[in-house]
Design a protein around this ligand. Structure first.
Ligand code: 3H9
Length: 706
């Protein structure tokens, strides 16, 4: 039993007649080139060694194997390829057993599928999530999985990308056996030993027969194709998955592998792959901020929420859903009752949809208490203020929190644009004050902007990031400015949209252009959904400080003056007859727009959709660059994650800054300079954009250098 470690990341050790092959490539045993080489060598060694009668593959640490090393995609491939490694495992002349704990995803599951026998223990997560990265399984997964579990189940796994547990994997036939304990080594050896004693043969998945019923499998493929064409708007890889599975039905295994390879490489070359993989890493990188490097989060066991309106109640639900108790403060009993009703309404909605039981609601609401006295917050570890958006009102709340909260309590404001430094400066403990900007509906939207005032202490920042994790939110660090990252950039591109509307594009054309770009909704649909009165109030508030020389489009004001605030009033930019959720264009709105064009002395011109996108994106990217330049966002990727999780930016484009890199910063800058000829005040190129273009760099170089 002598340990023999040809490569560091794959070790092999003979235990009796079983060669134990351990993948040890932290953090998640991704299949980088050294791992691929190590596995290949191990199988060669097993075949060559008479003492070896079977092979057991396990992962060290918390996972079996998380898949191909995503960082290698887009770089020149290094041999051996993963398909070759899988084929080599399958060709082994001695039975190969894969013992799975933790993640066996993508290429990790493909390694297991190439083995001859599979065991999984409780807590295992199996899946083929390549679709989420703009890919198809590319190491035999599209050929082996259907042969093992049939086209329908295999397509479901590959098209959804979902992770399944050990039990479901057993039911599907993806694994042969469940381990009784979570001791993966003991379970793996016991299984390998049992197979040896039973003289179990080498059993290759390429010969499995779940595709034998051709008619049934063809029907499943057709159904998946129809469903995918309908659902996967603009996505490239889902239909390639269907095509690859069809090849499994129509061709020999080897020909199927060739087709899979061809389709996989098409996906690798697609900009969607680059966008989705950027999104994968960006949402992990946003967690890395300077303040959390050395600071320990404070304990959060009790949470207070001031304000029971839409935001306060949504935040309360998010906190309750994380298993924490909530104390809600309102100014009187009636307001408190309304706050409680807002919270209960969310759970009642879930019960009505069959997604929650009455008992579960009761158990959750048992953690909810309300009070009209701030004193009830005395023991709170974290208090989130979600009252009316007015600095005086907020400062009054913070004065109360300063009075009642225990030392060390984190005091957070949910303001979406107010100066948190001014709020912090107004109390005796500015180091405890932070911004937690939730997005509506707060229990659903994933984004949480964590706004960092000048005096906040690092452990308060660390606590906010820890809270985001507990609430299953995606946190993005933002500096203090009007609108922080998201709403500040939103203001810029919304203005560009309004200009185009006044210049000749209809709101319906603009919305359509953005839906075609990949947004679920266009900006005017969003405005109708959110309620036009919100923007109207902001415009009125800012009217006094608006630059008189800046162009101001009044169309939205004319619409709001009629009381047309969008869906909730039955009309806004669109008509919503009888509570319809999808609006229809309104000829009266077009008449209002025409009148406004005349008033402003504008002769309308036509826009093609491509120009709409160029202007909209140029405004977004330029303000994004300013936000990075002024250190409001740490890196361009923080802007990307903000827009992916808070503003519906199509994930497969990676976010606005990634998109800018894709179209090329010189192109974006030349567009801005072109547009500036009409309106130099609005279209001022960001100094960062100019600098990057001059240096021949792009936004991603800034992501790397942090
Ligand atoms: C594929 O397999 C293609 C094949 O079909 C064909 C090939 C020919 N590679 O998420 P975490 C990093 S496509 C490189 O925070 P968790 C991650 O960036 C692949 N790095 O941990 C992070 O780094 P850092 C299909 C990876 O415990 C660290 O590991 N597979 C990879 O919350 C920890 O990650 C997938 O799509 C990777 N494959 O969750 C699975 N995976 O510490 C992707 C992770 O520097 N991975 N990293 O920030 C996951 O879903 C989760 O990471 C997992 C663990 C569930 C495994």
């Amino acid at each position: 039993m002598s340990p023999d470690t040809p490569t560091e990341v794959v070790s092999r050790e003979l235990h009796g007649k079983v060669l134990l092959v351990t993948i040890n490539n932290p953090p998640v045993n991704a299949l980088g080139v050294d791992v691929r080489r190590g596995i290949l060598d191990a199988i060669d060694a097993a075949d060559a060694d008479h003492d070896v009668q079977s092979v057991l593959i396990v992962g060290a640490g918390r996972n079996f194997i998380a898949g191909a090393d995503i960082r290698e995609f887009g770089k020149p491939p290094l041999p051996p390829s993963l398909p070759d490694v899988c084929n080599r495992i399958e060709a082994c002349s001695k039975p190969v057993v894969a013992a799975i704990h933790g993640a066996a995803l993508g290429g990790g599951l493909e390694i297991a599928l190439a083995a001859h026998y599979r065991l999984a223990v409780a807590g295992a997560k199996l899946g083929l999530p390549e679709v989420q990265l703009g890919l198809i399984p590319g190491a035999g997964g599209t050929q082996r999985a259907p042969r093992l579990i049939g086209a329908k189940a295999a397509l479901d796994l590959m098209l959804s990308g979902r992770h399944i547990g050990a039990e479901e994997a057993l039911t599907l036939g993806l694994v042969d056996r469940l381990g009784r304990s979570d001791n993966i080594l003991a379970e793996g050896f016991a299984y390998a030993q049992e197979l040896l004693s039973a003289h179990a043969p080498v059993r290759r998945t390429r010969n499995a027969d779940a595709l034998a019923d051709r008619q049934k499998n063809q029907t499943a493929i057709e159904a998946a194709r129809a469903d995918t064409a309908k659902k996967s708007r603009g996505l490239f890889s889902p239909l390639k998955i269907v095509e690859a599975v069809e090849a499994a039905l129509d061709h020999s295994f080897d020909e199927g592998l060739r087709i899979e390879r061809k389709l996989f490489l098409q996906c690798i070359d697609s900009p969607q792959r680059a966008g989705l993989i950027h999104a994968f890493f960006a949402e992990r990188e946003v967690l890395k901020v300077p303040e959390t490097r050395n600071a320990k989060p404070r304990a959060i066991e009790r949470v207070g929420i001031v304000g029971g309106g839409t935001m306060g109640a949504g935040i309360a639900v998010a906190v309750l859903d994380a298993g924490l108790p909530v104390t809600m403060i309102e100014r009187d009993e009636a307001a408190l009752a309304r706050g409680r009703t807002h919270v209960e309404k969310v759970y009642d909605g879930l019960i009505a949809k069959g997604r929650m039981t009455a008992d579960a609601k009761a158990a959750t609401m048992a953690r909810f208490t309300g009070s009209t006295s701030y004193d009830a917050l005395a023991q709170g570890d974290l208090v989130i203020e979600a009252v009316f958006e007015d600095i005086m009102v907020k400062q009054a709340v913070f004065a109360e929190l300063d009075r009642v909260c225990k030392p060390g309590a984190v005091l957070a404001s949910n303001t979406s644009y107010l100066d948190i430094d001014a709020i912090a400066a107004s109390i005796s403990r500015p180091a405890d004050v932070i911004g937690l900007h939730f997005f509506s509906p707060a229990n659903i939207m994933k984004l949480l902007e964590i706004v960092i005032p000048a005096k906040v202490s690092a452990d308060v920042v660390a606590t906010a990031f820890e809270l985001a994790k507990k609430l299953r939110k995606v946190p993005v660090r933002a500096g203090v400015c009007d609108g922080f990252i998201g709403n500040r950039i939103l203001a810029a591109y919304r203005q560009a949209a309004d200009y185009m509307m006044e210049d000749g594009a209809s709101p319906y054309q603009i919305d359509q252009a953005l839906r075609d770009f990949g947004y679920p909704m266009g900006p005017f649909q969003v405005s109708d959904l959110a309620g036009g009165d919100i923007g109207w109030a902001t415009r009125k508030r800012k009217a006094a400080t608006r630059d008189p020389s800046a162009r101001y489009v009044q169309i939205a004001d004319r619409i709001c003056e009629r009381g047309w605030f969008g869906q909730k009033t039955g009309r806004g930019y669109y008509l919503y007859p009888e509570g319809a959720r999808i609006g229809t264009p309104d000829p009266e709105v077009l008449t209002i727009i025409d009148a406004e064009r005349q008033r402003a002395g504008i002769t309308p011109r036509s826009f093609i959709n491509e120009e709409i996108i160029r202007r909209y994106m140029a405004a977004m990217i330029n303000e994004g660059a300013n936000v990075v330049h002024q250190r409001i966002a740490l890196r361009p990727l923080d802007v990307d994650v903000t827009f992916l999780y808070g503003y519906g930016f199509p994930r497969y484009r990676g976010g606005p800054m990634k998109y800018a890199d894709t179209v090329g910063l010189p192109n974006v800058l030349s567009d801005i300079r072109e547009f500036a000829k009409e309106d130099p005040l609005f279209w001022q190129p960001s100094p960062l954009l100019i600098d990057l273009v001059e240096r021949g760099a792009n936004f991603d170089t800034l992501n790397q250098s942090e």
